[in-house]
Design a protein around this ligand. Sequence first.
Ligand code: SF4
Length: 343
Amino acid sequence: MKKYLQNSDKKFPVYTELEQKISPGVWKGIQFFAVAVVIALCVSLFVYSDRTLFLFWRVIIPVLPLVFLLALGLWRNICPLATLNQITISFKFNRDLSLPKWLDKNYYLISISLFLIIVPARKLLFNTDGPALALFILTVAALAFVMGIFYKGKSGFCNSICPVLPVERIYGQTPFFMIRNSHCEQCVSCTKNCIDNNPNGAYLADLYDDDSYFKAPRKFFAGMFPGFIIAFYTLPDPPAISAISMYLQFALFSVVSAGIFFLIESFIKATTNKLTGLFGAAALNLYYWFNAPLMAELISTPPSMWFIWSVRVMVLLITIAWLFRTYKKELSYKEHLLELQKV
Ligand code: SF4
């Protein structure tokens, strides 16, 4: 598989084969600006808590899933946590270690677990408590930085335990616009099936891996994701229910959703890629189904039904095109695997 990802193929180019449309110097400027924005945001969460919470949860966060779907590389280049992680390499105080075996084996499970703990915590705390959100962001930023000191490439955080990584991998698996990775001057093969190295082929390489232990958490995340989103937008916030009850209900929605995924996989003859793509598309549409009225509130009072339905239909059309491309891509991938077997 590694051989495949490192080989040149116009459908699955590695990042060094992509055109560099923006110079590394400009990317560096944008990256440091993004870090400055996060610091300002954290200060503002203490000083102007309500307004900054509104800006963060109602304006910035809702845009990101669509950015992941359209051009994941853009976000991977400008994510401030990635910059803090990679600054240790830019300024040459990275110790260039490989992940310990236990972490290398389990990082995806850790990443999913963090996601499942942190997102419901929004309803408990982070949606309404500015200083708590600021301290949380600063803690994660410090973790990204410290992991960057020890581990090579992006293996310590961005490509291992980052809680957003499972979402990025499922939404960003077939980008409409491939943007060249600006962080890695030279690939040091720090991560298996790296999405920064091969944006179009990495997720398929995950799904076609021979190791079922490696594949299982990826399939579970795709399966449980639509149920998790329904839980987020339909369950009441504490104190209307207790924190324990909320987490249990999140678990129930997620397990039922994953159960449907595995049931379909057992009884219907479809490749795993078809199912993960379908569940990823469902998750994205559910996300914007619930968010469209919230977005419309930003624009007019009362919220415009025209706007709400425009957002929902636009997202549906984009994901249909995305799904079509994701399915089509799998055929090329299989052909390429066959060619490799002949070599
Ligand atoms: S494998 Fe590591 S070094 Fe190579 S492109 Fe990916 S993140 Fe960069």
